[in-house]
Design a protein around this ligand. Structure first.
Ligand SMILES: [Zn+2]
Length: 161
């Protein structure tokens, strides 16, 4: 359910993304990086275009974020949600944080928000997700489709975008 299987023992994938050169973003499914926050695709999506927004700094609670980091993370969450709503014609959105293992966080040690575009009847889409999980090229298609959707937002975008 969460983006955990790609992480090495002891390594944090969000910190890895924050440190990755832009040339590695496609492989790592990173879409945008700002000075205090970044956006990536969830490798194990609930729905097509399931995004994760994380502060760059490795913290597990909202309270550990500075005002600047909090503002940057929440503004990015808002901007990405709006781009998905309009650009993907999402009929609904699930947006939020799972804080702590007890709340369902797969990576509890590095705070991240979920942005999940929804469409009426998309529960019927779930069997398809099993294929998406088995075939990473579908994630690559999604990544390439979403790169232009985030164009114009402040921050570093993938090379060639
Ligand atoms: Zn981290």
């Amino acid at each position: 359910m969460e983006y955990i299987l790609g992480s090495k023992q002891g390594a944090c994938i969000f910190c890895e993304f924050a440190a990755a050169p832009r040339a590695a973003w496609r492989e790592k499914l990173v879409l945008l990086a700002q000075p205090h926050a970044l956006v990536c695709l969830n490798k194990y999506p609930f729905a097509a275009g399931h995004l994760l927004v994380a502060p760059r700094r490795h913290v597990s609670t909202l309270g550990e974020l500075s005002a600047e980091e909090y503002d940057a993370t929440m503004r990015l969450l808002r901007d990405v949600t709006e781009r998905m709503r309009v650009g993907q014609r999402a009929e609904g959105m699930n947006v939020g944080f799972n804080l702590g293992k007890a709340a369902g966080a797969g990576i509890a040690e590095h705070l991240h928000g979920h942005v999940v575009p929804r469409w009426v009847g998309d529960v019927n889409f779930m069997p398809v997700l099993a294929d998406v999980r088995a075939m990473p090229e579908h994630l690559d298609d999604t990544w390439r489709r979403l790169v232009p959707l985030l164009a114009g937002l402040p921050g570093d975008h993938p090379e060639g975008a």
